[in-house]
Design a binder for this molecule. Structure first.
Ligand code: SAM
Length: 232
């Protein structure tokens, strides 16, 4: 269970209504039961339920049972698409070990805004379900052009470009370090975006195979490809 609270032995932790209801109503756990909790920073902890009902409850943090484990320094930049598919991208990015998730508005992106709080909640749920101790922060929507204006050359970009469709890239030979994967929207990238990215230092443009993938499939494929070569 994810707890947005510092953790220390003997520390009481207040539970919100939905979390307390999940423990008591869904998991059928009562006073005295032990569960595992994490806050994204301090590893996994055992905790005892002191009280839980549908209005709220409290836990006591007992002891750290696993150290904090952060993913490699990989960001995912993606253009949001339809709501359910955007939710899917965030969920899969958290499962596949993205360290930060940045929705970006490109020239052909239809979405004007994202529900950042809802996307962040999906990242928390994904971390809970895969037993991780890290939750990637999800940024609010920002224009890709503005993000690239302030881009630091120290973070390389793996740019999946549908115009490259052909034999899938191998990432052999790419150096480890800070990276960002960039996935475009349903309509792909514009000519001016292509020109700008192609002129930037530290950008590797890749194919994900001979077929044009949907953006959500492309995000999963690119994350998996990167993790297979450069992940841990
Ligand atoms: N019309 C489809 C849709 O509605 O989802 C296609 C979307 S495709 C243009 C979305 C993004 O996925 C592209 O901008 C690119 O980042 C990535 N992509 C899809 N197929 C790819 C391929 N074969 N090679 C590299 N990138 C690809």
């Amino acid at each position: 269970l994810y707890i947005d609270h510092p953790l220390a032995a003997g520390q009481p932790v207040a539970l919100g209504g939905p979390q307390a209801h999940y423990l008591s109503g869904v998991m059928r756990l009562g006073q005295g039961a032990e569960i595992e909790i994490f806050n994204g920073r301090d590893g996994a902890w055992s905790a005892r339920i002191d009280a839980a009902n549908k209005r709220g409850g409290t836990l006591t943090a007992l002891a750290q049972v696993a150290p904090q484990r952060d993913p490699p320094d990989l960001w995912l930049l993606f253009a949001p698409i339809k709501k359910a598919r955007t939710d899917f991208i965030v969920e899969k990015a958290a499962e596949l070990g993205a360290a930060r998730i940045l929705p970006v508005q490109t020239e052909f992106t239809n979405a004007e805004r994202v529900r950042q709080d809802r996307l962040q909640a999906h990242a928390v749920e994904a971390a809970e379900q895969c037993g991780g101790t890290f939750v990637p922060p999800v940024d609010d929507l920002q224009p890709l052009s503005r993000l690239l204006d302030g881009w630091s050359a120290g973070r390389r970009i793996l740019w999946a470009d549908e115009a490259m469709a052909g034999p899938a890239a191998t990432l052999a030979g790419l150096a480890p370090g800070p990276w960002a994967i960039l996935i475009g929207p349903e309509g792909g990238f514009s000519d001016s975006e292509r020109a700008r990215l192609a002129a930037m230092d530290g950008v590797t443009r890749i194919s994900l195979g001979p077929r044009i993938l949907r953006a959500d499939t492309a995000a999963v494929a690119a994350l998996t490809l990167w993790q297979s070569m450069l992940g841990d």
